[in-house]
Design a protein around this ligand. Structure first.
Ligand SMILES: C[S@@+](CC[C@H](N)C(=O)[O-])C[C@H]1O[C@@H](n2cnc3c(N)ncnc32)[C@H](O)[C@@H]1O
Length: 229
């Protein structure tokens, strides 16, 4: 679904260079390289994440390098596109990130930001059961208007704000099992008691749920264009 959506904005024929900033285990680096036959550079500060990506996403069109939003090891104008999936809320200095993206993107380059934002948290299922997680994310997730202002200062215009319905689990029981693994950074920030209570809340709600129905979340997708000619 995300690759079909990305294809609406990617107009350059291959081979082009795409930056996957905060590439994590490289799941999107691989999807993007396969779909667009382009050269993907994944920049990832965590050695552990990068090692997993290097082992599991072996592909001559992909390389993973250490770096972060303030230090992207690439020359000026190196990339036609930048992809940031679930990363922008980890970035401490958004101003520095926008400046660095402005440096490494070619003229008219596009930035794709796939994320949840402060204004859209009501669309995310888990917060009904983990009220403290909602409080935490309301504080740490940015507002779209804040990002628009910061990126504007560095020569980017917002050209699209799409909201996509993403199937995240086949049924509610699968959703509970996934959250039980506590792999979402917000859940790690809860106390063990808050986390256990949230799982109990879900199990209780799950007894009334139709288990043939998938669980959806609405995810925001922002596209910024560099105004530099
Ligand atoms: C939720 S994961 C998302 C990984 C991947 N983009 C995905 O969607 O599967 C967030 C990633 O951002 C990385 N990260 C954290 N701070 C960062 C920064 N300032 N610049 C770049 N990446 C950062 C983390 O190490 C982590 O791998």
């Amino acid at each position: 679904m995300w690759m079909d959506h990305l294809a609406r904005y990617v107009s350059e024929p291959p081979p082009f260079n795409l930056l996957d900033l905060g590439s994590g285990t490289g799941r999107f680096s691989k999807l993007i390289a396969d779909r667009f036959n382009c050269q993907v550079t994944g920049i990832e500060p965590s050695d552990k994440m990068r090692e997993i990506a290097e082992k599991t996403m072996v592909d001559p069109n992909i390389r993973f390098l250490p770096g972060d939003s303030g230090h992207i090891p690439a020359s000026d104008g190196a990339f036609s596109y930048a992809w940031l999936s679930m990363v922008i809320h980890h970035v401490q200095n958004t101003d520095e990130c926008a400046a660095e993206l402005s440096r490494v993107l070619a003229s008219n380059g596009l930035i794709f930001i796939r994320n949840a934002f402060k204004s859209s948290l009501g669309n995310i299922c888990m917060y009904q059961y983990f009220p403290r997680a909602l409080e935490i994310d309301s504080q740490r997730l940015p507002d779209v208007s804040y990002l628009v202002n910061v990126f504007d200062k560095h020569g980017f215009s917002l050209v699209a704000h799409d909201i996509l319905d993403q199937t995240i689990d086949k049924c509610f029981d699968d959703h509970i099992e996934r959250l039980r693994k506590r792999g979402i950074s917000t859940l790690e920030l809860l106390t063990d008691e808050e986390f256990a209570q949230g799982i109990t809340n879900m199990e209780k709600a799950g007894r009334q749920m139709d288990q043939t129905k998938p669980v959806y979340e609405k995810i925001d997708f922002l596209v910024f264009r560099s105004n530099r000619q």
